[in-house]
Design a protein around this ligand. Structure first.
Ligand SMILES: [Zn+2]
Length: 245
């Protein structure tokens, strides 16, 4: 049995299918990641085919059958087009990295309202001219990792659970996570945080946005999070969108 449902959806990617159709992947508000076909989506008259484009936020109506891998779209309405993202290389780069995370690291049909809301918010921020895309992407990346179940704890030493406060010297090891200086003594250290860098990491994990940082420190945090995911998820090969720069 199929049901007709309406949900908000972010377009992750689209592919040509057959002679006239398109298949697209969406991150939806009610069902997480799904694939759906737009019949006749490549004909010039197809209104749906035109608005199903990467990054767009849509309201879609689908005939949904739980047993089917690819759902069928019957109608769609454009809610947000994010024109600044498409016109600015830096913004496009980080928005593409957001899409890559959702495509590669989320499971189909796994509903997550917080992840949908966070993704809608990051696209809005990346689309806002005076917001630094790299800063907001680093925040989103930390949030995303937590939402897919691999939290990167920054408040306590992973071994002795001592609270880690700003100004402390901390270290990082892939097997254990963040370590206080006491616990780091007899262990292999993969990464040493400067005090400024650790302060930035802690701030990125809060709702505070008016903090001091350098672009270089943001790069280091993004690279560390990428390595963290690679270490835990073997299939993940890194974010291709960020290799271009
Ligand atoms: Zn410790």
């Amino acid at each position: 049995m199929s049901e007709i449902i309406k949900t908000r959806a972010i377009v992750l990617r689209k592919l040509d299918y057959g002679d006239t159709s398109k298949i697209a992947q969406f991150y939806t508000e009610d069902f997480g990641k799904i694939s759906a076909i737009i019949k006749g989506g490549r004909t010039p008259k197809s209104k749906i085919g035109l608005i199903v484009d990467t990054f767009n936020l849509l309201q879609i109506i689908i005939y949904r059958k739980e047993t089917r891998d690819v759902q069928i779209i019957s109608d769609a309405e454009l809610l947000q087009y994010y024109s600044n993202i498409k016109e600015d290389f830096e913004r496009l780069k980080y928005a593409s990295a957001v899409i890559e995370l959702l495509l590669n690291l989320t499971i189909e049909n796994d509903h997550n309202q917080r992840l949908f809301n966070g993704t809608e918010r990051i696209l809005e921020l990346l689309n806002t001219p005076d917001k630094n895309p790299k800063f907001y992407f680093a925040k989103y990346f930390l949030f995303f990792i937590k939402e897919i179940g691999y939290e990167f704890p920054v408040n306590r030493c992973s071994l002795c659970k001592k609270e880690l406060i700003n100004g402390m010297q901390v270290y990082y090891n892939y097997d254990n996570g963040i370590l206080c200086s006491e616990c780091s003594k007899d262990r292999l250290i993969h990464f040493e945080f400067t005090k400024e860098l650790f302060k930035l990491l802690k701030c990125l994990n809060t709702k505070i946005n008016n903090i001091q940082y350098t672009e270089d420190d943001l790069n280091k945090i993004i690279q560390l999070l990428e390595k963290f995911i690679k270490y835990h998820i073997q299939e993940f090969k890194g974010l291709k969108s960020l290799e271009l720069s």
